[in-house]
Design a protein around this ligand. Structure first.
Ligand code: ADP
Ligand code: GLC
Length: 482
């Protein structure tokens, strides 16, 4: 099975959130499961050039706005499968990955270039796996290409929705010069053009990143205006929970943390806690629980609840450590909370890169994810591996991956609350802290988390089954049309 993964961000090259973790890890896991997988992603200015092996070609011809520019493509062996990086500084050397008015144009170009590259790579892939709205253009273009070009006749597409809230909107008039005017109706969403919607319509199969989120996006409450489309395509929609790359997130081998630890040798975790307190300038009170959060500072992540419950969290006796980048209002809230309680609240505003995220996972006691919605979420799973107990809202992938601890049966690896409300969240935080003060029980919850298997191999096999279904269907279709 030859699979091209297209993604606008991927670890270890460039990252703003979980899409990057997933794109890198899935490419690796598919390869480990026997697939001929490879990744295509933009060469941003922030990509560490040390990861590149060299130029793969320097003359990739891309049909673009009536011209045919020739651009270089780089290759990296940083994963176990090849990564091809599209080098177009005009679009990708912006000092950031997203956030410019021409984002739709930048990623339409990326998609066009990625498809041009597929032709230069020899055998056509059986599956092109497109991720989120930036790759919506590629699913539309592939649908057209395989009717026009023998080379792509047997190539099918999977479109993965990592977050339905990001819809890739732009003016319909721009479809013309982007070369998609024939498919205007696929893009149209309430008077505007959406690369996400077009990707959903054009793909041969759809997936999203947890079973519960697959159900939620078919409801008006969580469908972001696209629930009707998700229901219409529900027979093609799979919910496959993300996994954890245990080569990267493993407290026994992690080179970013102060001391290693494992299920049978947990002493190192205390050293990591001390290190974390020092990094954030907090007093070395090792018995006080640390509640941590690492996330993009957006409404999705539940900062409104944290703001409402701020006093209660500190009254419950915890330290609070937050790492986040994003909306000004939440950055200002974190700053004022820290200023009011500098000995209890530690903050890092901005995108810190990987080491600090690992140090927080290793040193914290409780990891908070009070998300309004959460397609999958990764930090709750990273936390479990590091003996850090997740307290989450029961939504999307958080509900699928965290089991509530039950003291009667001793089962469960975290704590979950249902209603999106500050009192409900605070109740669970208090419950978690109550168990934290009983080390015999806490150790059991930690063990349950540390032994939970969230490895990528399970998810990779589910993706392979999905690919098999559409690749088989594709061949039949081509045969019967001949
Ligand atoms: P999302 O993709 O919605 O942001 P996930 O839980 O799937 O949420 O993944 C978030 C990823 O981004 C995690 O690997 C997390 O550690 C990382 N991350 C988020 N914010 C930051 C930040 N400010 N600095 C460093 N890493 C971050
Ligand atoms: C999105 C979601 C997050 C998910 C990630 C990777 O950014 O918000 O829940 O874990 O994609 O699939």
């Amino acid at each position: 099975m030859r699979v091209a993964i297209l993604s606008s961000e991927a670890v270890p090259f460039a990252k703003t959130g979980g899409l990057a973790d997933v794109s890198g890890a899935l490419t690796k896991a598919l390869h480990a499961a026997g697939a001929d997988s490879f990744l295509i992603t933009p060469l941003y200015d922030q990509v560490d050039r040390g990861l590149l092996s060299g130029t793969f070609i320097d003359d990739l011809e891309v049909e673009w706005r009536g011209k045919r520019p020739r651009i270089p493509v780089w290759i990296s062996e940083a994963l176990n499968a090849p990564t091809y990086l599209i080098d177009a500084p005009h679009y990708f050397a912006r000092g950031k990955i997203y956030g410019d008015v021409d984002d739709f144009e930048r990623f339409a170009f990326f998609c066009r270039a990625a498809i041009a590259l597929l032709r230069r790579l020899g055998d056509a892939p059986e599956v092109v796996h497109c991720n989120d709205w930036p790759c919506g253009f590629a699913t539309v273009e592939m649908r057209a290409r395989r009717q026009q070009e023998e080379f792509f006749a047997n190539t099918r597409t999977v479109f993965s929705i990592h977050n339905l809230a990001y819809q890739g909107l732009f003016k319909p008039a721009d479809l013309w010069w982007l070369g998609f005017s024939e498919y205007t109706s696929d893009f149209m969403l309430k008077g505007t053009a959406s690369a996400l919607k077009a990707g959903i319509i054009a793909a041969d199969a759809l997936s999203t990143v947890s079973p519960r989120y697959a159900r939620e996006i078919q409801t008006p409450e969580q469908g972001y205006g696209l629930d009707w489309l998700m229901r219409a395509r529900s027979d093609r929609l799979a919910g496959i929970a993300n996994g954890v790359d245990y080569e990267i997130w493993n407290p026994e081998t992690d080179t970013d943390i102060a001391a290693h630890f494992s299920l049978d040798a947990v002493a190192g975790k205390r050293e990591c806690k001390l290190d974390l307190l020092r990094r954030f300038g907090l007093p070395e009170e090792l018995d006080r629980p640390i509640i941590a959060i690492i996330s993009r500072l957006v409404g999705q992540k539940g900062y409104d609840l944290i703001r409402q419950a701020a006093g209660g969290i500190l009254d419950a006796g915890a330290f609070f450590i937050a790492l986040g980048a994003g909306a000004r209002e939440y950055e200002d809230f974190l700053q004022s909370w820290h200023d009011a309680a500098p000995n209890r609240v530690g903050i890092y505003k901005g995108y810190a890169g990987e080491p600090l995220a690992h140090q927080i996972e290793a040193g914290a006691d409780i990891f908070l994810m009070p998300s309004l919605f959460e397609p999958c979420g990764l930090n709750q799973m990273y936390s479990m591996r590091y003996g850090t107990v997740p307290v989450v809202r029961a939504t999307g992938g958080l509900d699928d991956t965290v089991q509530s601890y039950d003291v009667a049966t001793n089962k469960g690896n975290g704590f979950k609350f249902g209603p999106y409300s500050a009192p409900a969240m605070l109740d669970k935080i208090r419950e978690a802290i109550y168990f934290y003060t009983q080390p015999d029980i806490w150790v059991k919850i930690q063990r349950n988390g540390m032994t939970t298997d969230n490895s990528w191999s399970v998810a990779a096999n589910k993706y392979l089954e999905l690919y098999d279904e559409i690749a088989g269907a594709g061949q039949n279709q081509v045969q019967s049309s001949r």
